[in-house]
Design a protein around this ligand. Structure first.
Ligand SMILES: C[S@@+](CC[C@H](N)C(=O)[O-])C[C@H]1O[C@@H](n2cnc3c(N)ncnc32)[C@H](O)[C@@H]1O
Length: 267
């Protein structure tokens, strides 16, 4: 890995880098791997879960850009670039798609170039910001320049809300973001659950012990928090691998995936 810019603390684990490790990436450090290995010991199938999460992201973006005709995406908690980033999937369907990526990990910022490979007809941008301060995301001049808030926007919160515990007031954060979006916009989210797997459930504590925020939620709690007042797109809130998946091959179990996903439209 090239020399790191200042501001990146490799001595403490961080969610983007542990996720990268689960996905088989190289942008992670000993502290990340140490926590990730402890999570893996209790929930060996987490690698299935994170792969299914990425497939869920790709299916949803294809659905929104294709069937629904959404052309704008606000992707908060982007993660380190990997295969099938949101803009690649959206612009493969609709080259005019415009995407704003947001993450609070300074390491993601150093890799942002890989997220900025837009088609000439579309646009991608990256802003370093924190979901817990939604106004800073909405008011950022880059957000305002790239996204037209009079036209529908897909708000993507994929595998991030389980890092916003109740004391951080996730419902208020969501309300602020949703208020800013015009009718016909969409919310997309996925979320870890401990409902089907004691090992996955214990991963919550392992992340917390590593100094990372974590609160797993059951499907009804996740659905109420994220999609209240919105029109859920069928099949509703389901295990991510089951969301509009036409793949005839064998599917992983709910216990392996241990994450819910859903998509809803703002009326
Ligand atoms: C598990 S990764 C998910 C990446 C991607 N959305 C996906 O599903 O493949 C979660 C990402 O959210 C970011 N994140 C966590 N808390 C955040 C916060 N409060 N504000 C902004 N980004 C945050 C992490 O840095 C990480 O990149």
């Amino acid at each position: 890995m090239p020399e790191l810019p200042t501001g990146i603390d490799t001595s403490r684990p961080h969610p983007a880098r542990t996720y990268d490790y689960f996905l088989g990436g190289k942008n992670n450090f000993a502290a990340d791997r140490e926590v990730a290995d402890r999570v893996l010991a209790g929930w060996p199938a987490i690698r299935v879960g994170v792969r299914e999460n990425r497939k869920f992201l790709a299916r949803v973006v294809r659905y929104l850009a294709g069937e629904v005709g959404i052309r704008q995406f606000l992707d908060i908690g982007t993660g380190l670039p990997t295969a099938n980033n949101t803009h690649e999937v959206a612009q493969a369907v609709a080259p005019t798609s415009r995407i704003v990526y947001v993450d609070n990990d300074p390491l993601v910022l150093t890799h942002a170039r890989a997220l900025l490979t837009s088609t000439p007809e579309g646009r991608t941008a990256y802003i370093p910001a924190d979901l817990r301060d939604p106004a800073s995301i909405l008011n950022d001049p880059v957000t305002r320049e790239v996204l037209d808030f009079t036209q529908p926007i897909a708000l993507m919160l994929i595998a991030i809300l389980h890092m916003i515990p109740d004391e951080e007031k996730p419902a208020e954060i969501l309300a602020t973001l949703l208020d800013a979006l015009p009718p016909g916009s969409y919310v997309v989210a996925s979320h870890i659950t401990g409902e089907h797997n004691a090992g996955a459930a214990s991963g919550e504590r392992t992340f917390q012990q590593g100094g990372m925020a974590a609160q797993w939620r059951d499907s009804d709690v996740f659905a109420r928090l994220t999609f209240s007042g919105l029109d859920l797109v069928p099949p509703g809130v389901v295990i991510t691998s089951e969301w509009r998946n036409d793949d005839p091959g064998p599917r992983p179990t709910a216990a392996e995936v241990s994450a819910y996903g859903g998509v809803a439209r703002k009326p």
